[in-house]
Write a protein that binds this ligand. Sequence first.
Ligand code: DX5
Length: 224
Amino acid sequence: MRMSRHPVVIAPSLLAADFGRLAEEVKAVEQAGADWLHLDVMDGHFVPNISFGPVVIEAVRKVTRMPFDAQLMIEHPEQYTDAFVKAGVNHLTVHVEAEGLRDPNVLRKYLRDLRKRGVMPGLSVKPATPVEALRPFVDDIDQLLVMTVEPGFGGQAFLPAMVEKIRECRQWFTGIISVDGGITPQTAKLAGQAGATMLVAGTSIFRQPDYRAAIAALRAAAAS
Ligand code: DX5
């Protein structure tokens, strides 16, 4: 049951774009109706993959007006805040499992500092982490990201067990609930019905022939 009928935010994940034509790809999804651009930052330690950092974000910042929604899948986000904010990130989501943020007081201060800088703070959990781990920080975040795959790679299959996690956190979080991983029109419907209000999608947008149709299909599915 949907708790509220917020408009759904569609955020294409840059990870699935053609990195040989990054600026064109970003412009194309913006023109195709994307709301935000999702940036999967990976350090090869927190997840078994390395993606990109501030220098790439700064480069694509110049070509679009879309808000940048960065997800730091890195062990020490606290060491790179200035670099990402300078690169032009508008929303910054970190993982409660990150080594540098394990101390709840450090994490709470980190999230509050982001807000003071005008950056939307978000928290995410890997599939194996109960979403209850985010409850103590509910007043310090504007976005809660439920990973619906094991983070690290695009093109994976949606984990149906995560739908219950979305439903659970919708009971006590009134902000943006985002889902990321294996999001297709079929899984977007499930996520939307459980209370998700933001969809991060790589394969089901950037690997489709028609970005506008792909984005519209996801938006319609989540609202159905
Ligand atoms: C996993 C990444 C992917 C990506 C979306 O760490 O976060 O979930 O954003 O990939 P697709 O939409 O291809 O599953």
